[in-house]
Write a protein that binds this ligand. Structure first.
Ligand SMILES: Cc1ncc(COP(=O)(O)OP(=O)(O)O)c(N)n1
Ligand SMILES: Cc1ncsc1CCOP(=O)(O)O
Length: 499
């Protein structure tokens, strides 16, 4: 994929049609790209004449002009992501399919399509031939398609079937993933969107907002997903971001004419209320869990790998430490944990035990820290019932939503920078994402971890986290005690001035 350098913005194209009313189509797409810090390019398939109550008519551009738009952009402003919207002409759709087939592999752009088959005011844009082109020529080129329920039934030719079966049909015809928008369901209180690909699935549920000003919701959702993909978020994260962007825009939507008004475009969504409830197949359904809260802000949080390190740091009066033992027999591990917990009581240290949640409960440690993989195996109810605090690792929006829903005592956000301490399967998150994640956790304590050094400390603290965890910045230093005291002092000073 073409990567922009720091001074540019990711380029996203919309290949769709103009909405003279400004609330949907190309106009909505470009607003969304701009709000999410992308540069939007537009390839116009048709010009529609519509207002807030009706589509009066439309005219497609010529095939020659359509392809000229595509080619002239490609050589100078190649896209990271292409969003496809209303293409109300079979000939143009055929041209688009063969153009994508010709260039997708070389340019490696992501293709996301919102199959607009009719307008929300009831105007039908498609013929049977258009549907057939969608099914057999477009679908194999799509990384994601975002149909609503009627569109899914029409495209799949399975009007009476379960949505999983309908989506399965689109996957069989070649789409890599399907996001089924649940807005047309009968559910009054909530809307649930279903994501289905060949190897994963999840559901996102959010409150149904009572506004009638919802013109262009499909366009905005698919464009916001495209914009997030262009910023290199994984597809599942991009869908979460896109859905939150839409919820935020709907919350502030406004009247335009006599019919459905338009969405208000804001910036990157960060408020928890705009984000969905995430449900994944592997999630255990807990009755509401209640983990003990952390008594005071976490602040400086060293992570050590044996009880000897703990003993070495205790005279420096640490407030919080994590014991993260990765080697030794079960007996040795238990012995270290038992000793560490006892010491933590003597020194009034808030000691978190990494991974070994049974031992943390057995010895009544202050807390336990678990990774995402541990969440499916650990007995979270037992941890909560024992009054042991729970910290959870996260590395993405998917993991963050999953962790947030468990209402843990804190959430760790990592890894922020490249780390030599642990082989990470994901990429470093960086400061921009850290700030977004921290904002989304405004109601839960957060800890940043991964590659944090004294040079990077201020920038990390300014992202709004309530704690900073380090391994090598203390234990790999020539003078660990000095490094510890320096960090502790700087972190305390920062929070004293930014309470
Ligand atoms: C504060 C903090 N954040 C993240 C981690 C990583 O925990 P986990 O994902 O369980 O991975 P391992 O530590 O087991 O390698 C942590 N330990 N502490
Ligand atoms: C355990 C862990 N989890 C995410 S990053 C990390 C290691 C952090 O170590 P360092 O502070 O030396 O980069």
């Amino acid at each position: 994929m073409h990567k922009p350098d720091a001074a540019t913005k990711p380029i996203v194209w919309t290949i769709a049609s103009s909405d003279s009313g400004g609330g949907a189509g190309i106009q909505a797409d470009l607003h969304t790209f701009a709000a999410l810090d992308c540069h939007g390019c537009s390839v116009i398939a048709a010009v529609t004449a519509q207002n807030s109550t009706e589509v009066v008519g439309y005219e497609a551009v010529s095939q020659a002009l359509f392809v000229t738009q595509l080619n002239c952009l490609l050589h100078d402003m190649p896209p990271q992501v292409i969003k496809i919207g209303l293409i109300p002409d079979t000939g143009l759709l055929e041209q688009l399919a063969s153009w994508l087939a010709q260039h997708k592999t070389q340019y490696q752009f992501i293709v996301i399509a919102d199959p607009v088959l009719s307008s929300s005011t009831g105007y039908n844009f498609v013929r049977q031939s258009t549907l057939s082109t969608w099914r057999h020529k477009l679908l194999p080129l799509l990384d994601l398609i975002t149909p609503n329920l009627p569109e899914l039934a029409l495209l799949s030719q399975l009007p009476q079937a379960e949505v999983e079966l309908q989506a399965g049909q689109l996957l069989q015809w070649g789409a890599k993933a399907v996001l089924i928008k649940g807005g047309h369901s009968n559910s009054i209180a909530d809307i649930t969107d279903h994501f289905i690909s060949s190897n994963s699935s999840f559901q996102l549920t959010q409150p149904r907002l009572s506004t009638v000003h919802n013109h262009g919701t499909g366009c905005v959702l698919s464009s916001a997903i495209a914009a997030a993909c262009a910023h290199d978020y994984e597809l599942a994260d991009s869908i979460i971001i896109g859905r939150a962007y839409l919820q935020q825009a709907l919350c502030h939507s406004y009247a335009t004419g006599k019919g459905a008004g338009s969405l208000q475009h804001h910036a990157w969504p960060t408020e928890p209320r705009y984000f969905s409830i995430l449900k994944q197949p592997q999630d255990t359904d807990y009755d509401t869990l209640s983990f003990a809260a952390i008594a005071a802000p976490i602040g400086f949080y060293p992570v050590v790998d044996n009880v000897q390190w703990l003993k070495r740091l205790l005279p420096l009066e640490p407030d919080v430490i994590q014991l993260r033992i990765k080697h030794g027999t079960a007996g040795e591990v238990e012995q270290q944990i038992a000793e560490a917990v006892e010491l933590s009581r003597d020194y009034q240290l808030r000691l978190f035990i990494n991974d070994h949640w049974q031992l943390a409960i057995k010895y009544a440690a202050y807390g336990v820290h678990l990774g995402q993989e541990d969440l499916t195996t650990a007995d979270l109810s037992a941890i909560a019932a024992a009054g042991v605090r729970l910290g959870i690792s996260t590395h993405s929006y998917v993991e963050l939503l999953r962790a947030r829903q468990l209402l843990p005592s804190y959430i760790a956000l990592g890894h922020i920078f490249t780390t030599q301490t642990k082989q990470m399967p994901s990429r470093p998150q960086g400061l921009i994402r850290l700030k977004r994640y921290a904002a989304l956790c405004s109601d839960i304590p957060t800890v940043a971890i991964g590659g944090i050094t004294t040079e990077r400390l201020d920038a990390v603290l300014q992202c709004g986290v309530s704690g900073v965890a380090v391994v090598s910045a203390v234990t790999a230093q020539a003078e660990p005690e000095q490094a510890f005291s320096h960090f502790k002092h700087r972190v305390e000073q920062y929070y004293a001035h930014h309470a």
